[in-house]
Design a protein around this ligand. Structure first.
Ligand SMILES: *Cc1c(COP(=O)(O)O)cnc(C)c1O
Length: 479
């Protein structure tokens, strides 16, 4: 179903006036020498006055829901508020330089990139970090390519990657795209890795085990050191999915647990809004023995660098897997992460993880739902029981909050995967808890008709993904 303005049912909401009405259309003639099939002769651009434009965007912002409207506990997504000061930095003209400029002329930028490589390495307990991959999934894929290059360099031909059943879908996809057979590992009774099952799955064919820790149920893998030993004993590598780093920041480090390679979700943990398809970054950290395989370019301190006059250069690591993105990745996103890490410092980062864990535990203690697994860290997975989790979620929208992630992981039936993050106050956690509980006491018909108070009602997500209407003219088109 397409967006339907008639259902915009808040009584006080003014009628939505399309910005692109006929009166303000303007035609621009385009005269360039390009092949016919690549050109168009007319380009119609809207030409609104500033007040119309301001109203248009303000209206759009009111029709959606973001973390700047209220709580957004979408589990595994870490929808935390991102402070505006990082945006000021990312729009500073000094940061907007062309990456093709020679190293001497962008020393300041290389210095920030080098520091970010090091900061991320020390946060993760890794020896080297590449900033290149543009997303978490892209980081996973780069990590898998690095693992493959490492095994190949050892003359080792391995065909399998093991992934627990609670893992994010991208883990399975990254391993499969890397050319591996994906071995799905069923969780144990306690929701964690079943070490006996793991022992059974491991072999000389194991290239890597991909783990999320705490896992997507928020549970810390207590046997992580034993797991690391088992994987290393068969010559495999241990991959850390760092999307859940908000639980560990400043407190525990994947490198210390025995992980060899990991990605960071900068657009979850480090101050870039997540979602909406905007640019992100998924830097990858590796231990010493994998550092020579990192993508190029990588930034290092130049040989003639001194403490008074530090100089940096880009280079290709000895056995690089090549490029996984242009230049050093999504630089402005990385700049925001560097600024956020510098502003918070060690104390701020560990404070963030403490509050993220406290908030998840407080919220879980306030709602009257079954939470089958624990103790959990930054997120918990409640069960909607005999209700449909998706309907519970739709109805929560009517109570003025964004709902949790639904129906995943599948190890909990009708899962409501909830991650409030460190940014929520006690009041907003109470508001969330009230929304959870209010829905529980409502009848099925109310849930089936929800949401009633949002600009768009139930959206056909499959069509939205498979045949999206991305052009303004499509807004008026009939199904
Ligand atoms: C978000 C997420 C990813 C993928 O990150 P993207 O940047 O969306 O590609 C991987 N693993 C987990 C656990 C995640 O939550």
């Amino acid at each position: 179903m397409k967006f339907d303005q008639a259902r915009w049912s808040r009584d006080d909401a003014p009628v939505y006036e399309p910005l692109l009405s006929e009166t303000n259309e303007r035609t621009v003639d385009v005269d360039v020498d390009l092949p016919d099939d690549l050109t168009r002769n007319e380009l119609t651009l809207p030409d609104p006055a500033e007040p119309q434009l301001a109203r248009h965007y303000t209206r759009l912002s009111e029709m959606t829901y973001g973390v700047e409207h209220g709580p957004y506990p979408l589990g595994s997504c870490t929808m935390k508020y991102n402070p505006w000061f990082v945006e000021d930095l990312a729009s500073d003209p000094n940061a907007l330089v062309h990456p093709d400029r020679p190293d001497e002329s962008i020393q300041g930028i290389l210095a920030v990139q080098h520091r970010l490589q090091q900061d991320l390495a020390s946060i993760g307990g890794m020896d080297a970090v590449t900033l290149q991959p543009p997303a978490g999934a892209a980081g996973e894929f780069a990590g898998i390519l690095i693992a493959t290059a490492y095994h190949e360099a050892n003359g080792d031909d391995r065909s399998e990657v093991i992934v627990p059943d609670t893992a994010h879908g991208t883990n399975f996809a990254s391993a499969a795209m890397g050319g591996y057979e994906v071995v799905e590992l069923p969780s144990g009774e306690d929701g964690r890795v079943d070490v006996d099952a793991l022992e059974g799955a491991l072999s000389e064919d194991t290239a890597a085990l991909m783990l999320t820790n705490p896992n997507t149920l928020g549970l810390f893998e207590r046997d992580i050191e034993r797991i690391a030993d088992l994987v290393h004993d068969v010559g495999g590598l241990l991959y850390y999915d760092g999307a859940n780093l908000n639980a560990l920041l400043g407190r525990a480090r994947p490198g210390d647990m025995g992980f060899d390679v990991m990605h960071y979700n900068v657009h979850k943990t480090f101050a870039t809004p997540h979602g909406g398809g905007g640019p992100g970054a998924g830097p990858v950290g590796v231990s010493e023995r994998l550092a020579e395989f990192l993508p190029e370019p990588h930034v290092r301190e130049a040989e003639d660098s001194t403490a008074e006059d530090p100089t940096f250069e880009r280079y290709a690591p000895a056995r690089t897997i090549g490029k996984v993105h242009g230049f050093e990745g999504n630089w402005l996103v990385l700049l925001k992460a560097a600024a956020y890490i510098a502003r918070l410092g060690d104390d701020g980062l560990s404070d963030a993880s403490a509050k993220a864990v406290l908030n998840a535990n407080y919220l879980a203690s306030q709602i009257h739902y079954d939470v089958p697994f624990g103790p959990f860290h930054h997120e918990f997975v409640a069960s909607a029981g005999d209700r449909d989790a998706a309907e519970v979620a739709k109805r929560m929208l009517d109570h003025g909050v964004h709902p949790p992630t639904t129906k995943w992981p599948e190890t909990v039936s009708e899962a409501l995967m909830t991650e409030p993050t460190e940014v929520e106050s006690r009041d907003s956690l109470d508001q969330l808890a009230a929304a959870f509980d209010a829905v529980q006491s409502e009848d099925d018909a109310t849930l089936a008709n929800a949401p009633e108070r949002t600009a768009a009602k139930r959206i056909d997500q499959t069509s939205a993904a498979r045949s999206p209407r991305l052009c303004w003219q499509d807004l008026g088109a009939e199904e």
